[in-house]
Design a protein around this ligand. Sequence first.
Ligand code: VGL
Ligand code: ZN
Length: 204
Amino acid sequence: MKALLLIDLQIDFCPNGALEVKEGDEVIPIANALMPHFDLVVATQDWHPANHGSFAANHPWRKPGQIIDLNGLQQILWPIHCVQDSFGAQLHPQLDQEGIHKIFYKGTDPEIDSYSGFFDNGHRKATGLGDFLKEKGVDEVYILGLATDYCVKFSALDALEFGFKTYLVADACRGVELKEGDIENALQEMVDKGVQITYSQAVI
Ligand code: VGL
Ligand code: ZN
């Protein structure tokens, strides 16, 4: 069975959001068009408490983009984004939420970040997404969303680890591109590790 994974299609990752991804909102109509073609549609939401350790504002004198050690892991510091129950943490208003069967929340532990929808960045705790998909009999996952070079990439790599045949719907992803080449390198890394690249037209 095939599942569609919608990664972090939230207001804060779209233009004018707190951690805006260029053209992030352009993937919303593609997500809506793909949903009816899947038996199971699962979404993730980045869902941070206000005291989250990935926010530069929670570390004296630090600025977004700097890297610190957070409980033994390298952590890029971000602007405050996707704070639980805030406006910016909501799914994009144009996203067809009726088509989503289940939502998994991540990044809820202030002590560790979680780019992947499956595990935190230290692979210490699972979100339950992997077991949920297995229980439903899923063997193929199609991934799209924001951002290509962070949450999409790490979700796709963890999906491979769970043993799912993993497709990236490339035209339905947009990246942060903190450094030039980050998106291209993320795509290459995914391909090298076994992710198949596809496009919405091929799925529909
Ligand atoms: C993300 C940075 C911080 C993402 C989430 O969804 O790609 N990136 N938190
Ligand atoms: Zn985050």
